[in-house]
Design a protein around this ligand. Structure first.
Ligand code: ZN
Length: 199
């Protein structure tokens, strides 16, 4: 995995989103390793905490592109929060996207604007740098390596994303799983426009 390039992608998308969405202060970014959650087909992928102004993204077993799309989605919620548009009253339990009208609207906006932000950033990047198509897909990030390479510092300096590494909890088995995942991930990436994943 080329850490420099993965880092660049986070940083690049973050800046692009900030310019487009207009949020003032980048949120804290928590990258969460949770191997149990990763085994669940409909496990958690990401969430935004309006009080702490933080984005949490679950990283285990996920394609880098999918993780970045989650980031774009949650940055819409962050913008909504900064603008006082994230209504925290009303029903927040299971099925809130269907049962709470205001939150449903927030979700609609996050899916539409988040995904299109990601798409436009991605297409722009490929236009500026056509060789990126042929570069080896970055393995799902190993948070251990990230720590070693002080990605936190780099992200904070470049874009202002503060990362809370206290949230990381990488088990030894996860490391083994990583190795297996790496072998399986060498397959060429296909265009994946189909399928709007849960963000
Ligand atoms: Zn959402």
């Amino acid at each position: 995995m080329d850490l420099n390039q993965t880092e660049e992608l986070f940083h690049g998308l973050g800046q692009f989103a900030q310019e487009r969405m207009g949020f003032k202060k980048p949120p804290t970014l928590n990258l969460m390793s949770d191997s149990e959650n990763a085994t669940k087909t409909l496990g958690k992928t990401a969430y935004y905490d309006p009080q702490g102004m933080s984005v949490t993204i679950y990283t285990d077993g996920r394609h880098t592109k999918d993780i970045l799309r989650s980031l774009a989605h949650e940055l819409v919620h962050h913008t909504q929060n900064e603008n006082g548009m994230l209504n925290d009253s009303g029903y927040h339990g299971q099925g809130y996207a269907q049962k709470n009208k205001d939150l449903r609207k927030s979700e609609e906006e996050a899916y539409l604007n988040g995904n299109m932000c990601f798409r436009d950033w991605e297409d722009g990047l490929k236009q500026d740098k056509p060789t990126i198509y042929n570069e080896r897909r970055y393995k799902t990030m190993s948070t251990k390596n990230w720590k070693n390479n002080e990605l936190m510092e780099n992200l904070t300096h470049k874009f202002g994303l503060k990362m809370d590494l206290g949230a990381l909890n990488e088990a030894e088995e996860a490391e083994e799983a990583d190795t297996i995942a790496e072998e399986q991930n060498t397959e060429e990436e296909k265009d994946e426009d189909e399928g709007l994943g849960e963000q």
